[in-house]
Design a protein around this ligand. Structure first.
Ligand code: NAG
Ligand code: NAG
Ligand code: NAG
Ligand code: NAG
Ligand code: NAG
Length: 576
């Protein structure tokens, strides 16, 4: 196992995650199997209880783990499936050590940060790195470890110390470190001081950078590179220039141009790993597809405009996977993506009274979009606005995709305006509403009293129903009879209403394995009106976009028929 550590200095939020996943993706093009681990130096044990307002979206894994959105980045770039063990938080590690101490595993010794905590971190890394992350079930050969935060923080100190020891545990040929730094441009001059200071901090903690990746708004000048090399005690070929590019999908090619892989390859003696011809071919194929993808970004000029109707639309991080899925699909459809953010509550009639300009601008944005997306969410604020958006899309033949809450509002809208059940609502929006008005109800098997861990989480199967051959969403899935997607919900469509809804043309084409729980709905006489109870965005990959999203973007671009005819059989999975 070869380990590539990606750490950061100067400030956080300079694209360490993108750099780490791009490096992993490039190593994959050599034919290697790559996995990744994210270290988060915060005390929370998991991200499920963290506010999306503060922390961005909560990402859900196959095994139901709710994690930080960075793990999503790795899944999307590397085409892998990670588990909840692939993120290490300070809280998790401490609680692991403390519970071992309680069990008496340390035989009465004084339990300390060094060596007990640092050993626990190293053991954890070694164990998790070996977990197979793709369909082959083969142990990966390279593990990318992203160390969150910045080196030198109090928070990350135990992890830095653990990594320092780890380089000796695994040996020099098996450990390399990429440090991401920032080169600010002030009055037209590229400043290297922050980078010098960051590298000094790193060295004083016992870690030596193999590569220094410099984030800069512009291309680094040669004198800057030489200066960094000289003051940081590395060769100029070890300074990588990561300037701003058209999109983050261009970063792997930027790194490739700078021969980063050649350097890493020599440094880690990657050529000693024996690969069969098939793996090599898969790597070449991956590189070719990535190249054509980035050209398609540069060459798409026609715009597709998708209205995203949600709440807190000013906090775009809380919809990160949704945005990424839309990006993947628009690249596939060769369109430039324009997301119009519509605050759902601004669509409600009350907004017409309180703030006319917001109300009009929200409706203006909604009605000028090519397609409408209502993503998942919790709580009741803005749901009336989402219901109005679903109605707009249904009545005006505008492509619509509803995810989770988006499926529930579509059902309520249909129940109210087509079935004439004027009081239809969800048990979530109004707890005091009479039971017979519940088009959406609390999942019966779930205990209402406990808040944490009571959701239906993770990968679950959905079966397409008999007589659903006409369904566009089924065709998008290559005519599959069963699909597996990730869930995160507490409420579901009332099964008692299904027959009535279906008689009027809202067909539940996908249900869970019991045949009771509604998973996918689709309108028969509509260009594209699909909603899913699961969250398809969590499994979207750069080179293998999520199908329900692909349908939305293709229908909104007017090329759904073309995409449907190209859709390969489900068994023939995209080669990653
Ligand atoms: C790297 O790891 C391999 C196998 O895990 C081991 O045999 C080798 O000695 C290590 N390299 C060094 C320089 O320690
Ligand atoms: C960025 O995109 C433009 C067109 O949109 C293209 O001409 C240019 O070459 C791209 N730049 C890079 C670095 O790919
Ligand atoms: C908004 O309110 C005005 C009166 O204040 C009313 O004339 C108008 O019809 C309302 N617009 C909509 C779309 O409800
Ligand atoms: C579809 O029909 C077949 C045979 O009629 C039956 O065995 C199967 O259970 C049905 N599947 C579903 C999902 O209803
Ligand atoms: C990662 O997060 C999940 C849930 O968010 C948690 O259950 C798991 O223990 C975490 N893994 C580590 C290694 O901290």
């Amino acid at each position: 196992m070869k380990y590539v550590i990606v750490s950061g200095g100067v400030i956080s939020g300079i694209g360490k995650g993108v750099l780490a996943s791009s490096t992993g993706m490039l190593l994959k093009t050599l034919g290697l199997r790559v996995t990744s681990i994210k270290i988060d130096p915060y005390m929370n044990i998991d991200a499920g209880t963290m506010s999306p307002l503060e922390h961005g979206e909560c990402f859900v894994l196959n095994d139901g783990g709710e994690t930080d959105l960075d793990l999503g980045n790795y899944e999307r770039y590397l085409g892998v499936t990670l588990t909840k063990d692939h993120n290490i938080t300070t809280g998790k590690i401490y609680s692991h050590v403390i519970s071992r101490e309680r069990k008496g595993d340390y035989l009465g010794k004084t339990v300390q940060v060094v060596p007990h905590l640092t050993d626990a971190i190293q053991d954890w890394i070694e164990r998790v790195a070996r977990i197979p992350v793709d369909d082959s079930g083969i142990e990966p050969e390279v593990c990318i470890i992203e160390l969150g935060g910045t080196v030198g923080d109090i928070e990350s100190a135990p992890f830095v110390e653990a990594l320092r020891q780890f380089q000796f545990r695994v040996g020099r040929d098996n450990f390399s470190l990429i440090h991401v730094s920032l080169v600010p441009v002030i009055h037209g001059e590229q400043k290297t001081k922050p980078t010098q200071a960051a590298i000094k901090d790193l060295r004083s903690l016992g870690l030596t950078p193999d590569m220094i990746a410099c984030r800069c708004s512009e291309t680094l000048d040669d004198p800057t590179i030489n200066k960094i090399a000289m003051f940081c005690h590395v060769g100029p070929e070890q300074v990588v220039n990561v300037h701003d590019v058209n999109s983050t999908y261009h970063v792997p090619l930027l790194l490739l141009e700078q021969k980063m892989i050649d350097y890493l390859s020599a440094r880690l003696k990657l050529s000693e790993i024996t690969l069969n011809a098939e793996d090599k071919k898969r790597g070449d194929n991956l590189l070719a597809r990535w190249r054509s993808l980035t050209t398609s970004i540069d060459e798409s000029f026609e715009v597709v405009k998708i209205a995203l109707v949600g709440k807190y639309t000013n906090l775009k991080d809380s919809y990160l996977s949704v945005i990424k899925s839309l990006e993947h699909c628009s690249m596939r459809c060769r369109r430039k993506l324009d997301i119009v953010w519509v605050e759902a509550s601004d669509l409600e009639p009350e907004a017409n009274e309180t703030d006319k300009s917001k109300f009009h601008s929200a409706w203006n944005k909604l009605s000028s979009a090519d397609g409408v997306l209502v993503p998942g969410g919790f709580g009741s604020r803005g749901t009336e606005g989402m219901i109005l958006a679903a109605k707009w899309a249904r009545e005006n033949n505008i492509p619509y995709l509803g995810v989770c809450l988006g499926l529930q509002v579509a059902t309520i809208e249909f129940a109210r305006n087509v079935l004439g059940l004027k009081d239809a609502t969800s048990a979530e929006f109004d707890g005091d509403s009479p039971e017979e008005s519940h088009a959406v109800l609390y999942m019966p098997e779930i205990d209402k009293e406990k808040m944490g861990g009571t959701m239906r989480l993770g990968l679950r199967p959905t079966n397409f129903q008999n007589d659903s051959e006409w369904s566009k969403i089924r065709k998008l899935y290559g005519g599959a009879s069963e699909v597996h997607e990730r869930h995160r919900h507490r409420y579901e469509v009332n099964p008692k209403l299904v027959e009535q809804l279906e008689n009027e043309g809202m067909i539940f084409v996908g249900k869970d394995e019991t045949g009771e729980r509604c998973e996918i709905l689709e309108l028969r006489n509509h260009p594209y009106y699909v909603a899913t109870q699961y969250h398809p965005e969590y499994m979207s990959k750069v080179l293998d976009p999520s199908k329900p999203f692909l349908g939305l973007v293709a229908a909104s671009s007017g090329i759904l028929d073309q995409v449907l005819s190209e859709q390969t059989s489900f068994t023939e999975k995209a080669e990653f």
